[in-house]
Structure formats: C-alpha cells, structure tokens
Design a protein around this ligand. Sequence first.
Ligand SMILES: [Zn+2]
Length: 115
Amino acid sequence: MSETKIKCVVCGTQTEEAKDITLTSMVQGREIVITRLTGTRCPNCGEQYVDAESSEKALEIAGKFRKPTIVFKRKITVSGGRRVLGIPEEIDRALGKKENADIWLEGDKIVAEVY
Ligand SMILES: [Zn+2]
C-alpha cells in the first residue's frame, strides 16, 4: 500500500500501517465510536490517519446515526375543519417533485412514504 508512505503532519515521523484505528465522532450531540478502521498511525505521537476507504466507511456509519435524529417539531393545525400537518421546508426540499404519500400509523408515529 502506498498509503504507508504518509508522514505525520504533527511531528514528521514516518507513519506505519494500522488496522485497528478507532474514530470518535460527534453526531448531533451523540458520541459515536467507529472501530477497526484501516490507515496509518504515527509511532512517535500516536496521530492516526484513516485511508480513503475507511473514511468513506466512517462517513457512511455516521450518516446512519444522523438520520433518525433529524426531528422537526410541528404543531398540528386545523384548516377547513381538517387537521393539517405542515411539511418542514428542509424535508420538502429533499422530497423534490414527489407529490404522493402513503401515510400510516406506527404507534404514536405518523409514517409517510412519498413517491
Ligand atoms: Zn507524529
């Protein structure tokens, strides 16, 4: 692997290949720990450098933690005698041009599958 030629940016020491890198990341107030990443480590100061594949993997894992924590608070209002729940702008933007929704209840959760 050519990645083993990386020099430590902290102290300039040649880094060594590592297969047991642990990353700690804060995702919306929650600390997540991602283990067994590959990359290089500085034998002098311990600074770690994850390789491209591992940083992609770490981002993917962090992304999974991020999803369910995006919660928008909305009041259910009444319009024309019906209760209406507004779609938050941020979610609407992600929906794009989709304009149909299958809506069902899961306990206290209103789940909407849009298409
Ligand atoms: Zn170092």
